[in-house]
Design a protein around this ligand. Structure first.
Ligand SMILES: Cc1cc2nc3c(=O)[nH]c(=O)nc-3n(C[C@H](O)[C@H](O)[C@H](O)COP(=O)(O)O)c2cc1C
Length: 194
């Protein structure tokens, strides 16, 4: 059966820098044994987590919106790339809301002092962040904002890429080094699938 590689894009720009690098990373999965899909979060209508905590008991999110289309795709993915531009020192609100909505995958112990991920352990992921400023300080918490919660959900971080100094949509394509690193991010992820 084909392995499935999914990319979740938190940028609203479909011709932007995140997407350009995601596409390059997916080139590492160009043979027929892989099925690839990009989810552009801006195309989905979903709410922020409403904190109802119903998922703790029901093991599913009760909020009936487009996330219900995304959950099964995510669950079937063998490897995932999460990509977001930096917005105000953080990931975009699309990506933040998306990650919050993964709360339903926490399988809590009775006393709530520990948990397991309902997505299983060690599903490999790659993290990709891009911002305009040259100094990584101006990238703020963007990488950590993805890394910490996704680690808690027991994903295995197979690679991460932070690219600075990119403002206009798609300019990263002219940066050979960044594009090579994006491809390598894909290659690194792929190694976890063999
Ligand atoms: C609302 C907004 C906030 C931004 N905040 C930051 C920031 O804090 N740091 C930074 O380096 N770039 C910031 N940027 C610039 C974007 O991260 C940059 O243009 C990036 O390349 C966009 O990626 P994309 O083409 O994938 O959408 C901001 C852009 C917008 C629209």
């Amino acid at each position: 059966m084909k392995k499935k590689v999914l990319a979740i894009v938190g940028s609203p720009r479909k011709n932007g820098n995140s997407v350009s690098m995601v596409k390059e990373a997916l080139q590492a999965f160009s043979d027929k044994e892989y099925e690839k899909e990009i989810i552009y979060l801006r195309d989905y209508k979903y709410r922020s987590c409403i904190g109802c905590e119903k998922c703790a008991g029901d093991k599913r999110c009760p909020v009936n919106d487009d996330m219900q289309k995304v959950y099964p795709v995510l669950e079937k993915a063998d490897a995932i790339i999460f990509a977001s531009p930096v917005y105000n020192y953080n990931i975009t609100s699309w990506m933040k809301a998306f990650i919050d909505r993964l709360y339903c995958y926490y399988d809590w112990s009775e006393d709530r002092r520990s948990w397991k991920s309902a997505l299983g352990k060690n599903r490999p992921i790659g993290l990709l962040v891009v911002g305009e400023q040259d100094d990584t300080q101006h990238m703020g918490f963007a990488l950590e904002a993805m890394k910490l919660p996704l680690k808690d959900l027991e994903f295995k971080i197979a690679g991460e890429l932070v690219v600075t100094g990119k403002f206009e949509a798609g300019v990263v394509k002219d940066d050979e080094d960044a594009m090579r690193k994006a491809y390598e991010l894909g290659l690194g992820l792929r190694q976890h699938l063999t």
